[in-house]
Write a protein that binds this ligand. Structure first.
Ligand code: MBD
Ligand code: FE
Length: 284
């Protein structure tokens, strides 16, 4: 089983913020140059907020509570978590509009670049007795024209049975349940992993405080994260879910799409399950 460390939201949150800042520096993200666009969007976003204040006659007590909560959100390092849970799904839809290939979903706060490379098939690093039903997840990467794509990188990550991600929650070995696969000559890949568990937003941090205060649940359905990239094609960042699982109908992050719901079958030895899912890439 997993160890006795009880990670706090602040632990995962700070590492999510650091991880984001590192990648952001690498991307070299600069201040947007389009003043008119920033003007329009900032003006309308602030006006939308003031409209809510007027509509609900916000009190000073509430104003102070909001200020304190926003400060805590930063202190807990939970801006990546909060934004990816409540905002990213809208950005993702716009970014992938008009694609003919496989649908995407949000990346979330817990991706790490440069996971171990395992060839076209294998088992991501995991602990002795890693909890979860064995899951054989395999498929083909091909173009919208139906041609197999050799050498596509299938970057894979998931939480453990406690809903914790390596590199973010303390006490989990480096790269646990993270790996990169490269498709073979027929475009195929195969991943031997464990069936994931539902993910609970950490309830001891600022995001959890909002969920509790609003009476919202804190759950994402069990999911696998996948990022498929190949030279000359649009990268697909997506997630896969499981038919009939808890919260597949009411994901707090609103990131489930019908096309992304898997229905695994039992393996012949009866000890695990298997499922095929193919990725179709749009030309860049
Ligand atoms: C997750 O595991 C996740 O995938 C997203 C999108 C947000 C929070 C936690
Ligand atoms: Fe996740």
């Amino acid at each position: 089983m997993t160890d006795v460390v009880t990670p706090t939201a602040a632990d995962s949150g700070s590492s999510a913020t650091e991880q984001f800042q590192q990648r952001d520096r690498a991307r070299g993200s600069a201040t947007p140059a389009d003043t008119a666009r920033v003007d329009a969007m900032a003006t309308e976003a602030l006006e939308a907020l003031r409209a809510v204040i007027r509509k609900y006659q916000l009190t000073y007590a509430e104003y102070h509570a909001v200020k304190a909560w926003l400060i805590k959100l930063g202190e807990d390092g939970e801006w990546p978590l909060f934004l990816d849970v409540f905002i990213e799904h809208e950005v993702e839809k716009i970014a992938t509009e008009g694609r003919e290939g496989s649908v995407g979903s949000i990346e979330g706060p817990y991706y790490v670049e440069n996971a171990p490379e395992l060839g076209s098939a294998g088992t991501p690093p995991m602990r002795e007795g890693e909890p979860g039903t064995p899951l054989h997840f395999f498929g083909q990467v091909r173009t919208v024209a139906g041609e197999p794509v050799q050498g596509a990188v299938v970057d894979f990550w998931q939480a453990d049975a406690d809903g914790l991600y390596s590199h973010f929650a303390p006490g989990i070995p480096e790269w646990n349940l993270r790996a990169r696969f490269t498709t073979d000559a027929e475009g195929n890949f195969a991943i031997d992993t464990v069936h994931p568990s539902p993910y609970e937003i950490p309830i001891d941090g600022a995001t959890g405080i909002l969920l509790a205060a609003a009476g919202w649940h804190a759950w994402r359905p069990e999911h696998l994260h996948i990022r498929v990239s190949a030279e000359g094609y649009h990268t697909i960042t997506t997630q896969l879910y499981f038919e009939g699982s808890d919260h597949v109908e009411d994901d707090i992050a609103m990131a489930v799409k019908d096309e992304l719901i898997l229905a695994p079958t039992a393996t012949d030895d009866g000890r695990g399950e298997q499922v095929r899912y193919d990725f179709v890439l749009d030309p860049a």
